[in-house]
Design a protein around this ligand. Structure first.
Ligand code: NI
Length: 175
């Protein structure tokens, strides 16, 4: 089932999310909903707080189907970055909670991530390039951090003002 995506600014996007203690059918169903919502948007990553649920759960898929790559839906419960490269990478990032706004963000180029998969098994993998950027962006969401928090205050305020306006317009359309 597709879920509505919260738009910044929203207090739920600024919260520290809680670890998922045990795997359950409820959590698996939530992960499926998040994947459906992400692919539909379309986007390459989604974190639980973006649909208003403060669990440490992210989904991502940075495969490029137009370049012949197969879909690779990843579901990560309690993801943690356990190592990062000194080498940095700059990507123009966006976010489903900040529609149509993009800005360059600098992050470590390569990261090792540990997480619990949908079967409750521990996983560890090294991510590079877009995958590394995306997993870091999504894990930030679990700590109440958005990509615009890396920008200069003026730029961040400009984007936030645009989002306030967008939310007002959307609320008016619904009324
Ligand atoms: Ni995001």
């Amino acid at each position: 089932m597709k879920r509505p995506i919260l738009i910044h600014p929203d207090p739920r996007l600024k919260k520290l999310c809680a670890a998922v203690p045990d795997m359950s059918d409820e959590m698996r169903a939530l992960a499926d909903d998040m994947l459906e919502t992400m692919y539909d948007a379309p986007g390459v990553g989604l974190a639980a707080p973006q649909i208003g649920l403060l669990h440490r759960l992210i989904v991502l898929d940075c495969a490029k189907p137009d370049e012949g790559e197969d879909q690779r839906p990843l579901v990560m419960f309690n993801p943690q970055i356990v190592a990062s490269s000194d080498e940095l990478n700059v990507y123009e990032e966006g976010c489903l909670s900040i529609p149509d706004q993009y800005a360059e963000v600098t992050r470590p180029k390569i990261v090792d991530v540990e997480w619990m998969d949908r079967d409750g098994n521990a996983q560890r993998e090294t991510f590079d390039g877009l995958w590394a950027t995306c997993v870091q962006h999504e894990i930030d969401h679990l700590d109440g951090k958005l990509f615009i928090d890396y920008l200069k205050p003026l730029k961040r305020q400009m984007i936030t003002r645009k989002m306030v306006k967008l939310k007002k317009e959307r609320a008016r359309e619904k009324a």
